[in-house]
Design a protein. Structure first.
Length: 134
């Protein structure tokens, strides 16, 4: 039964439309919820969205739209965008209650979309290219 469930999980995994790169953006990433800023870590990034990790917050749910600010590189201005939560996964093997949240971009502010594209192009050769699976 356990094996059948594992196989079902693998077969139900959605594939990504584009390559993702593993991120070194450990700080300077945040989102706003009800006028309060929450820190997060960008785990990977693509032209469609990001995977972030953060402390566990029970208010985060799929289909929520939040405003994010991310400093891609110290030499560049931070990018700001609205993103929709696609999935929320609780991480059980951590000391602190943690979660990972998959987000997709909904709206960009200023040059955010272009800056993300440039970041992906500039770093795609140096950073680990991840599989197309979610």
């Amino acid at each position: 039964e356990y094996l059948i469930e594992k196989i079902k999980k693998i077969l139900n995994k959605k594939t990504k439309k584009s390559k993702r790169i593993k991120s070194n953006i450990l700080t300077k990433s945040s989102f706003v919820y009800e006028d309060k800023e929450y820190k997060c870590r960008v785990e990977n990034i693509s032209k469609e969205g990001m995977l972030i990790s953060l402390e566990r917050y029970d208010f985060l749910k799929a289909d929520m739209d939040l405003v994010f600010k991310v400093l891609l590189e110290d030499s560049q201005p931070e990018v700001q965008f609205t993103a929709r939560i696609i999935r929320v996964e609780l991480l059980s093997q951590t000391e602190e209650p943690m979660m990972q949240v998959g987000i997709e971009y909904v709206n960009f502010y200023g040059n955010a979309k272009e800056n993300i594209k440039v970041f992906l192009v500039d770093n795609s050769r140096e950073l680990e290219i991840l599989k197309y699976y979610t």
